[in-house]
Design a protein around this ligand. Structure first.
Ligand SMILES: [Zn+2]
Ligand SMILES: [Zn+2]
Length: 217
């Protein structure tokens, strides 16, 4: 059993405790509002306050359950999908309901590949490979363009202008392959046709680039 401070649940102890305290105070406020609304000859209509309070109650309760369940996924080291539903690979800390979605897809067999959430989160090489910052300089200043997206969710060595001719060639081949294999679910371009944006041929859409090769969507 790892140190409690190192578990996802352990790190959330204070957050969950305080959230829980707030949630438990809400029914008393809801009761007071309901009683006021029943009061004969009341001065005000507090129906709007009632509605926002009950919406708050519901969303806090949902948030609490999601945080708690996501912590279980992490602490049990359950497998999670390496990508979101749209095929884009994830990196960095995720929102709890995303983690639950990633775990669901890994559990029902629709995920293409699975991983351990924490292993992926802590993978420095992976984080580096997904970092969009171009390492080159332009006129003595750091380059502000983003490194080119690769089909596997990582980034190329640099932004397009800073890639070598060989690197550009390799990425063009990869994109042509995705264009040949998949229709684009973003702009509707058929397999073999270029993506379009505002009626003009455009660079490949993310969704198409990351789609499993040979899938129709
Ligand atoms: Zn650059
Ligand atoms: Zn497209």
């Amino acid at each position: 059993m790892p140190d409690a401070d190192n578990t996802a649940r352990g790190q959330l102890t204070d957050v969950l405790k305080q959230l829980n305290a707030v949630i438990h105070r809400l029914p008393a406020a809801e009761d007071a509002l309901a009683a006021y609304e029943q009061r004969p000859g009341r001065d005000f209509a507090l129906d709007e306050v009632q509605r926002s309070l009950s919406a708050l109650h519901e969303s806090l309760q949902m948030a609490y359950l999601q945080v708690e369940s996501a912590a279980v996924v992490v602490d049990k080291d359950q497998p999670v999908d390496v990508a979101y539903g749209n095929g884009k690979p994830w990196g960095g800390p995720q929102r709890p309901h995303y983690v639950l979605g990633l775990a669901d897809r890994a559990a029902n067999g629709t995920a293409r590949a699975t991983t351990s959430y924490r292993r992926r989160l802590r993978d420095g090489q992976l984080a580096e490979s997904m970092d969009p910052t171009c390492p080159h300089t332009r006129y003595g200043q750091p380059c502000t363009s983003e490194r080119v997206n690769r089909a596997d969710g990582t980034r190329a060595a640099a932004c397009w202008p800073h890639l070598t001719p060989e690197q550009k060639q390799e990425i063009s081949v990869e994109r042509d392959k995705a264009i040949t294999a998949n229709a684009c679910s973003e702009c509707g371009a058929a397999a073999g046709e270029k993506c379009v944006r505002n009626g003009k041929p455009a660079s490949i859409h993310q969704r198409r680039l990351h789609a499993p090769q040979g899938a129709s969507s």
